[in-house]
Design a protein around this ligand. Structure first.
Ligand code: ADP
Ligand code: MG
Length: 631
């Protein structure tokens, strides 16, 4: 099987590493794989690929963008794009707009979790010692154009313009949803608070919902230093604010970074006739109104999606005769008039009902004073002892793990906790902090009211789950894991029992990396009775070789748990039999609820050779595509 994701003959410009080296343009055979983009010599007569001329590791890529053609460019050098990495830009020319768009799209998808993605770029090329766009003469000069992050990552091939009056987004041709792309704010920028935030430490700054703040410092990605309009300064949770770009952020009906399937999920959960929200359209820079209606015969109601169009005069409209200067005016009008839609916009459905978790309880805090904790009820008992639900400062829900003495190598864990605190993703259970000044020590985390995923699968699902619901749970886990993978963090004990479910049914991964601190041979030795043998690949069972690819194997087993509604993997076998049979090729069967495509994902996670298994970044895309096919 070929690992090549894309192959194409392009013209490549020489990289002009020295100012005086002459420019040349050569045809090269480009090959994109999971790890790199490589280019080869090629024999145009025989159409054959020859020696490797160079390559760029995908993880080094900082930006992939189009390039404006140089003045008087010949026909074959019109469709230029650039791949920027630590050695500067690589300029490539495609034969057509479509091929260029296809490569840019794919590359952007593959590098979107890279560490040093650029916020600014040069729209024209570097040539003979000068940037043609801004005339700067230093090759390393920062880009002169801000990357429109929506534009940069949401452009999904070529979508045909939709007909007006009112323009309804076509449900037929699915576009896979993208994970939310954080916009790229910078120091000095004005942001708007999407949520209020009460300072938790004297260093924090209060946020009042819908007010504006200026960003002063961003060295910690989770806590930015900001200033309010009264001159007060302090740290704010970076996930509570959005860039004030278009004046609609402050409206509750605007759900930034929400895609079509998330909008439908939210509207259906609210289940209100005329429930609506406004989200970013799949078309860059455009907006879509998503509206839920109970009429129309479909049991349970259905969602419609209407694009907000712009007239040649720059006015906004949903229905052609009703044009407005601003989107808020347009929404206000349609809150009173259906004007061609299935209903008027009756209820605002907002994703801001509850603020998200912060990375810790205040800036720089990881040691929590236990006097501020109130214990409310016991949630269960795990490897480290009792877990309780409680409140911090009487109002914030938290889960508290009380670490049974002798069950954990505490000092090592406490060191690690500082790193874990910085991991923040909506599909990871947030670590808030630790109480280490007394015994037993406590680990304080985000509380998820629907508890453990395994129990939820076995008992908690009130009705028979739909195909979308099952796949959504898997998607949640993949996204959390893709984030961990991007931070080179290995979970080591991924399984349904180590995932939790929140009040909305969102699944989050927990206990990542924790197994390293367990003091219990039965758990840590692969021959021990508590070792997660059923979730382990052959290389872990045989050589204790943990990696993100062993997490991938476990993810396949977790998917199997989801699709069997919580059965025990290899239920008829004991651990010794599993080690023996799995290393000889035995795999879990296809669950009844899983179709071929879903089962194919699982089996790809169980390939014998670890490096042939997909990574989580790729799995996210596969699962999203499948989800889109279902909707
Ligand atoms: P351990 O990791 O120490 O083995 P667990 O994480 O399995 O312990 O916790 C035991 C039980 O407590 C879980 O099965 C779950 O029901 C409950 N629980 C743990 N953490 C949370 C949380 N953050 N929110 C809600 N319930 C939780
Ligand atoms: Mg656990």
């Amino acid at each position: 099987m070929s690992d090549n994701i894309l192959e194409e003959i392009f013209i490549k410009r020489s990289q002009q590493k020295k100012k005086t080296s002459p420019l040349n343009y050569k045809e090269r055979w480009f090959v994109l794989t999971q790890e790199k983009i490589a280019y080869y010599d090629f024999d145009p007569d025989k159409g054959k690929r020859k020696g490797l001329r160079g390559s760029v590791d995908l993880e080094k890529i900082k930006c992939v963008e189009t390039v404006q053609p140089e003045p008087n460019a010949p026909q074959e050098r019109i469709y230029a794009f650039q791949i920027v990495y630590d050695e500067g830009p690589l300029y490539i020319f495609a034969k057509s707009e479509d091929i260029r768009a296809q490569w840019i799209k794919k590359l952007k998808e593959m590098v979107r979790f890279n560490k040093d993605l650029m916020h600014k770029y040069h729209p024209c090329s570097w040539m003979d010692g000068v940037w043609l766009c801004c005339q700067q003469e230093v090759k390393q000069a920062m880009g002169c154009k801000v990357l429109d992050s929506k534009n940069a990552s949401r452009r999904r091939g070529s979508r045909k313009p939709l007909p007006p009056t009112p323009t309804e987004e076509k449900p037929g041709r699915p576009l896979p949803p993208q994970p939310p792309e954080p916009s790229a704010p910078s120091v000095g920028m004005t942001v708007i608070a999407e949520y209020s935030y009460t300072p938790m430490t004297p260093q924090d700054l209060e946020l009042r919902k819908d007010e504006e703040y200026t960003i002063l410092e961003m060295s910690d990605p989770n806590w930015w230093r900001a200033k309010d309009n009264y001159g007060n300064e302090g740290y704010i949770p970076s996930n509570y604010v959005v860039e004030a770009a278009n004046g609609i952020e402050k409206f509750d009906w605007y759900c930034k970074n929400m895609n079509r399937s998330q909008a439908e999920k939210l509207l259906k959960t609210e289940n209100k006739d005329g429930g609506f929200l406004v989200r970013d359209s799949s078309k860059a820079g455009k907006y879509t109104v998503s509206l839920f209606s109970k009429g129309g015969g479909e049991t349970g109601g259905s969602c419609r999606h209407y694009n907000i169009c712009t007239s040649p005069q720059g006015q906004f409209y949903l229905a052609e005769k009703h044009n407005f200067n601003t989107i808020p005016e347009l929404i206000n009008y349609h809150q009173h008039n259906a004007a061609g839609m299935v209903s008027r916009l009756k209820y605002i459905v907002s994703n801001r009902a509850r603020p998200p978790s912060t990375a810790g309880l205040g800036y720089g805090v990881w040691e929590i004073d236990p006097r501020y904790l109130t214990f409310i009820k016991e949630l269960g008992t795990g490897q480290f002892g009792v877990v309780k639900y409680g409140k911090w400062q009487g109002k914030h829900d938290v889960a508290i793990k009380m670490i049974k003495e002798g069950s954990m190598s505490e000092q090592d864990f406490i060191e690690e906790a500082k790193i874990m605190m910085k991991l923040r993703h909506e599909n990871l259970v947030q670590l808030y902090g630790v109480c280490t000044k007394q015994r037993p020590i406590y680990i304080v985390t985000e509380f998820l009211s629907n508890g453990c995923l395994l129990t939820y699968l076995r008992e908690g699902l009130k009705q028979h789950p739909t195909a979308v619901q099952l796949l959504e749970m898997c998607k949640d886990v993949t996204e959390g894991m893709a984030y961990l993978e991007s931070k080179q963090y290995i979970h080591r004990d991924l399984a349904a029992r180590n995932c939790l479910v929140d009040a909305n049914g969102t699944v989050k991964v927990t206990d990542f990396g924790l197994s390293r601190y367990v003091l219990d041979d039965e758990y840590t030795s692969s021959a021990g009775s508590k070792f997660p043998v059923r979730w382990s690949p052959p290389e872990v069972l045989l050589y204790c070789k943990f990696s993100s690819k062993s997490d991938i194997w476990a993810y396949g087993v977790l998917m199997w748990e989801v699709y069997t509604l919580g059965r025990l993997p290899y239920e008829r076998l004991n651990n010794t039999e599993i080690v023996d049979q799995v290393s000889r090729g035995l795999r879990l069967y296809r669950p009844q609820l899983a179709n071929e495509k879903v089962y194919n994902i699982m089996t790809s996670c169980w390939l014998d050779k670890a490096d042939e298994r997909p990574n989580f970044q790729k799995l996210t895309l596969t699962v999203q595509d499948l989800l889109y096919e279902l909707q």
